[in-house]
Every structure is written in C-alpha cells, then in structure tokens.
Ligand binder design. Structure first.
Ligand SMILES: *Cc1c(COP(=O)(O)O)cnc(C)c1O
Length: 390
C-alpha cells in the first residue's frame, strides 16, 4: 500500500511541478509599480523618516481595510508592542494569547514586562477556542472593580489577543462576548490576515487595536514593515506619536514628552507597500484559485484535511495548510522529509509557545487541541505565482 507521505508528495508534485527550482513556501511577487515608486524615493533622496509614501500607504490601508486609522511601523512585532502599550498593559499584567502562534505574539507581551498566558485553539479555525476560554476564565478569574484578576497568580489579566492563523479569521462575535464578560481589551494580531474578512469586516477592525505585518513572506510586503489599525482617533494620534520618538511638533526644537520608539516605517518601504497594495485584489484572487485547487486535490486523500476558510468568513489564504488525522501524525517527519527532498518546501506548525524555554513557566490552560494541531499540521507552498500553472 502507498504510504501517506508518498500520496501527499504525489498530489503536490502533480500540482506544482515541473519546475527547475525549489518551490518555496511563500515568495513575494513584484509585478506593479514597485520599481517606479522606490526609484522615485532614491532619485529624490526621500528614503527614510520623511516623504509622501508613508502618508499615502497609511491612507490606502485605511481605504482598503475600512478601519478609520492606520499607522505604518517598521515591522509587525513593533506594531503589536505599541498596541499592547496603548491597550494599557502594564508590568506583570497577563495577556491571553494562543499557544499556537508565531513567537512575535509572546515577545510583544514580554516587551511590556507583561506575562503571556497561553490559550488553546480549535481545529475549525486554528484560532482561539472561545467556549473553552469562557469556561476556563470562569474558573480561574474574579472580577474586581471591572478588572479581571487571575485568582491563581493574583495578577491582572488585561488583554486578550486573538491571532488569525494563516489568514483564517477567529470567531470574533464569540471572542468579543468573552472579552466583554471578563472586561478584557481586545488587540488583534492580524499580522497574517490582510485581505481576510469576518462577516464582512476586515480582520483587525473589531478589536480596539490591531497589528498587520508586511514582512517579506506575508501576503503583501514592504520588505519589512507593519501597521497599527484602530477606529479610535485619539489612540491613533497617540500611536503615531509613540512610534515617532514622541517628538513634539516644532520648527527646530527637539522636545519629547515621553519615552518614544523609533518604530516608524521608512519612506522607501512604504513606496514598496503602495505598489503592493495596488495588486492586493489580484493577489487574493490568485491565492483563492490556488487554495481551491489544493482543496480539490486533497479532498480524496484519506487522513488529510485541507484547511478551508471558516463559515461566514473570507480568508486571504496566506499560507495553505493541511492537517493530518491523528492516526497519521507519526508520519509527519517522513512527509516533511519526502516533500522537501522533492524540491517542494513544506513546514510544520510553530513549536507551541509554552514549549519555548523562555516561556515554559508562563501560565497556560489545557492545550490539548493546540498540541494536536501542532503535531499534525503542514504548511504547503502558497506563493501567488503558483496559481499561474493552474
Ligand atoms: C509575521 C507575524 C508577526 C509580526 O511579524 P514581523 O516579522 O515583525 O512583521 C506577528 N505575529 C504573527 C502571528 C505573525 O505571523
């Protein structure tokens, strides 16, 4: 009988080969005005902390996402850090985050001297399991003066930070309900989900604040970059202030009214971003074509589920993923080795954050589903260019 590894390898090869080179997991596409805009920055000398493209990129992001304000930053992690500061996270507060996430989610919490508290995920969306979270919080917290306290650690729980895994939106209605019930501020880690919608609202538009990433491997890229989104005008002004060294406007004086950060996005990166945003609708269409093709190709493979967008949602399909049935998780290594050996790049899920040394003593709930997803998930090639063969 053919092994699952060889079946998966065959399905992927049929879809993605022949090719001379390694099929990457996610490579960027530059088909538009990138060169023109970046060249203009260089020709005029406006490459750094001033120039028209940052403002333009922010405006275009606002128009695209429908969120009132966007503040461009030097990367997504910096955006998350500022979101948490503005959400009121203080030293020794706890922040609820999925254990199944990229390390930046936990690092941003640590930068605030706060403590990540790891929450389980669900198989359907790969995001937070809200019913399980409700039961858990009901058990371990008490509300004092409209603030949520962890009875076990006696620390305040200030924020819940859902992450829209690979672009698949978390069930935000349920999340907002839990947040309200326990007096938690919602910060969305929307780093992976530009172009994803929950019931018609762009991801990042429902939390008080949210963060996007434009790293080189994301759906659109600025080289390195990120953005803070918020519908709150005064928070937006504050975000702009904090990310630009908290300098007070003046013709020549250097006055700063708090410890600020140099987290601003350089103009040259924003120029790239403007060109990428123009192509986003086309990128999303192609990603959908690729995802549909994967869904079909894996529909008859026993023991494998292709991760499709949750109901009432539109996913950007940033990174496509398959999930092995529990019966086959022992095959994971073999599948990774066989596909990567056939010039098709595949990757396992992130190591659960609570298993990383620096976060191993942080509070965590039962993480059995995150653990199960973590041991059976495989990301498969998702570059926009792959849709051209189809
Ligand atoms: C990419 C990413 C970030 C931020 O990434 P940067 O590389 O700092 O732009 C944060 N959280 C998640 C879940 C991500 O995937």
């Amino acid at each position: 009988m053919e092994s699952l590894a060889s079946i998966i390898c065959r399905v992927l090869k049929r879809m993605l080969l022949p090719t001379e080179d390694l099929v990457l997991l996610h490579s960027p596409t530059f088909n538009g005005n990138e060169w023109n805009y970046v060249k203009e920055c260089i020709d005029t000398g406006w490459v750094s902390s001033a120039g028209k493209y940052v403002d333009l990129f922010e405006k275009k992001l606002e128009e695209y996402t429908g969120v009132k304000r966007a503040i461009a930053t030097c990367n997504g992690t910096a955006a998350l850090h500022i979101c948490l500061i503005m959400a009121g996270v203080n030293r020794n507060d706890e922040v609820l985050i999925p254990a199944l996430s990229f390390v930046a989610s936990a690092n941003a919490v640590k930068y605030c001297d706060a403590i990540p508290h790891f929450i389980d995920s669900e198989e359907a969306t790969l995001g937070l399991d809200l019913e399980k979270l409700d039961v858990y919080l009901n058990d371990i917290t008490e509300i004092i003066n409209e603030e949520c306290f962890n009875k076990q650690t006696r620390r305040r729980i200030k924020v819940v930070m859902p992450m829209h895994t690979f672009g698949h939106p978390v069930r935000m209605d349920e999340l907002l309900k839990v947040a309200k019930k326990y007096h938690l501020v919602v910060v969305e880690d929307a780093a992976e989900s530009i172009g994803s919608y929950y019931k018609g609202t762009h991801t990042g538009g429902l939390g008080l604040l949210s963060a996007l990433s434009f790293n080189g491997n994301k759906t659109i890229t600025t080289g390195g970059g990120g953005a803070i989104l918020t519908n709150d005008e005064s928070l937006a002004d504050l975000a702009k202030h904090i990310t630009t060294t908290a300098k007070l406007p003046h013709k020549w004086e250097y006055n700063h009214d708090r410890v600020g950060y140099n987290y601003r996005m350089p103009n040259i990166n924003a120029a790239l971003g403007c060109a990428q945003l123009e192509q986003l609708p086309e990128f999303l269409e192609k990603k959908r074509v690729l995802a549909n093709r994967y869904a079909e190709a894996f529909s008859n493979v026993d023991g494998v589920r292709f991760i499709s967008e949750p109901i009432n949602c539109k996913s950007n399909y940033w990174l496509n993923a398959i999930l092995l049935d529990e019966r086959y998780v022992s095959e994971l290594e073999k599948i990774l080795s066989m596909t990567n050996g056939s010039k098709i790049m595949t990757r396992p899920a992130w190591t659960l954050l609570n298993r990383l040394t620096m976060y191993s003593s942080c509070p965590a709930m039962d993480l059995s589903i995150a653990s199960k997803i973590g041991s059976g998930l495989i990301n498969i090639p998702s570059s926009i260019t792959l849709a051209k063969n189809i």
